[in-house]
Design a protein around this ligand. Structure first.
Ligand code: ATP
Ligand code: MG
Length: 555
């Protein structure tokens, strides 16, 4: 595939060619707010920021934007770091926290006051809001706008010293209350907040606002290209204003790109936190969650996600990416790497009456037929096997080519068998299927080359492992959750998890070094993090069926 150069990359190439970048070294940053786990949308930002730095010999900083102490948590910081590493990116020593810059930000704020460029506003939060104006009407100047420098310094210091309650005062930049851009109407720089910060503890009871903190953090770190999502486009003038403050030596530039949205998925940390808090999922890493921790547990590989991000590209137009495109990438990747295993999810016994009772023989299974250098492993076979319950029908419907009384099928890699009788329990449920095998068909073909239409996978009853299997479906039923009622929870798919407690798996599954498996005919699976040798648990990562290919074929 030809390499595509996105619009941000074009800017970087141009900047480098024209010598606009100090030392010719670009510096980007990924700036998560540690108020939740990262989601798939963040992967786009991570791949972009770390990817560009890598490609153009620059560096990418990891900066925690931790200016909202109430919602932040150390657990989130740790999960974010481990998720980025999982994707294969490395920030080296460049781990920063906006809170590291609190002293610097405070002194810049004081300078702004001294120069008459900032003031302490005593309007109530309601008044501030009402006087901000609207998209069509200008704002109204605060009565405190012309407070003297000394008065402003005194009040700002009192704010810092904790002499005023929350909401009493705001420090605001003195810009232009009639600006057509609302973000330029005297933006707030500092607010009072009595919260213990995960890193600075109770040192501060005033906290800097995002529009003040972010550009200055970028400038302090020497960021050259500050990449963010489109909703910050209207904030760019405020960003540029902050970077133009006298105390600031380096001027970074902000560029915006479209967020990643995926159908049947919500990707706001607030909404995801809500699912966790309400107990609608088992946690941030529930395999149905679109969090990075969730998809790791689900069995997605980092390579498949990077491939997905590359496929969708970077643009400036909002769009919704089809969930099935993501699954296509996951499937495509797993097809190349997954170890093939025989596993029967819903087992029923198959007894081969003419097979010797004490005999065991072994068949070879190729670990991965997609890999020419693949290893092989042995699977044992004996008189009593398990096959899928749905691979037998007592009264076959038209076109059913699997096992039924009198019909012959192939047991994958083993023998041809013909069903002869069944046994049922008192509820009428089939407990045993009896069959006869053709010894001549060893390996799955006969000397007379006769054809059978059905092939069943199987495991050896006395040499297999019990496992719990978790089958997942989409977390939401509607491509745009909440579209009809405004509440995304109304579209929750109540059938998004199905547990099968009685699956039987060939023993090689615990001996293999891989964590990516294809259970033949059943999909791709990975061991769950709670799986133990005494209780095996496997998650279905994705089914084998490829609905994306169908969508593509239709278009
Ligand atoms: P959310 O709204 O989902 O809670 P956020 O934007 O508040 O996300 P941050 O922690 O502030 O989350 O995001 C860190 C970086 O990731 C920011 O640069 C942000 O623009 C980017 N980002 C967040 N969501 C997406 C997305 N869906 N697609 C691409 N980039 C994203
Ligand atoms: Mg945010």
């Amino acid at each position: 595939m030809a390499e595509t150069i996105n619009f941000i990359e074009k800017i970087i190439i141009d900047d480098l060619e024209k010598g606009r970048i100090k030392n010719n070294k670009i510096v980007t940053r990924f700036p998560p707010e540690p108020n939740g786990y990262l989601h798939i949308g963040h992967i786009k930002s991570i791949c972009l920021n770390f990817g560009l730095a890598k490609k153009y010999n620059g560096v990418c900083h990891l900066r925690f934007d931790d200016t909202n102490p109430e919602k932040e948590d150390k657990e989130y910081i740790e999960s974010i770091k481990s998720n980025i590493k999982w994707l294969g990116f490395d920030w080296g020593k460049n781990e920063y926290y906006a809170s590291d810059y609190y002293d610097k930000l405070y002194s810049i704020a004081v300078h702004l006051i001294e120069k008459g460029l900032a003031y302490v506003d005593g309007q109530t939060p309601e008044e501030v809001k009402a006087n901000r104006g609207t998209l069509t009407e200008p704002g109204i100047n605060s009565p405190d706008r012309d407070r003297s420098v000394s008065e402003n310094l005194r009040l700002f210091n009192e704010m810092k010293e904790g002499l005023h309650p929350e909401g009493k005062y705001l420090l605001r930049a003195k810009l232009d209350m009639s600006s057509p851009n609302i973000n330029m109407r005297d933006p707030a720089l500092y607010r009072i907040k009595y919260a213990v910060h995960p890193r600075t503890g109770d040192k501060w009871c005033i906290y800097p606002m995002y529009d003040f903190t972010h550009p200055i953090s970028d400038a302090i770190e020497g960021i050259t290209h500050s990449l963010c999502t489109l909703e910050f486009e209207d904030h760019r003038p405020a960003y540029d204003w902050a970077c133009s403050i006298d105390e600031i030596e380096h001027t970074p530039h902000q560029y915006e790109f479209a967020r990643l949205n995926i159908s049947y998925t919500v990707m706001s940390k607030r909404k995801l936190l809500n699912l966790v808090k309400l107990g609608l999922v088992s946690g941030w890493d529930d395999p149905r969650m679109p969090t990075i921790s969730g998809i790791i547990r689900r069995g997605y590989s980092p390579e498949s996600m990077i491939d997905f991000i590359n496929k969708i590209g970077i643009a400036k137009v909002e769009s919704v990416v089809d969930f099935s495109l993501m699954e296509f990438c996951v499937r495509d990747d797993l097809n190349k790497r997954a170890t093939r295993i025989m596993a029967v999810l819903d087992p029923v016994k198959l007894i081969i009456d003419n097979y010797p009772e004490d005999k065991t023989e072994y068949f070879e299974l190729t670990d991965n037929p997609e890999d020419p250098d693949s290893e092989k492993h042995l699977i044992s076979f004996s008189r009593e096997l398990f096959i899928e319950r749905e691979d037998f029908m007592e009264e076959p419907i038209k076109g059913y080519h699997r096992l039924y009384i009198g019909n012959e099928v192939r047991l994958k890699s083993a023998y041809y068998v013909t069903a002869i009788s069944i046994k049922k329990d008192t509820d009428g449920k089939i407990t045993e299927i009896h069959a006869l095998y053709d010894p001549e068909s060893r390996g799955g073909e006969t000397p007379d080359k006769r054809k059978v239409k059905g092939t069943s996978h199987w495991v050896n009853a006395k040499d297999s492992l019990n496992a719990e299997i978790r089958l997942y479906d989409k977390l939401f039923k509607n491509p745009n959750p909440g579209e009809k009622t405004g509440n995304y929870l109304d579209d929750l798919n109540e059938n998004s998890l199905k547990i099968l407690e009685n699956a039987k798996i060939e023993t090689f599954v615990t001996k293999s070094k891989s964590k990516y498996f294809q259970f033949i005919r059943n999909g791709y699976f990975t061991p769950d993090k709670d799986s133990t040798p005494s209780k095996l648990i496997y998650n279905r990562t994705v089914t084998l069926k490829d609905s994306w290919a169908k969508i593509k074929a239709k278009n």
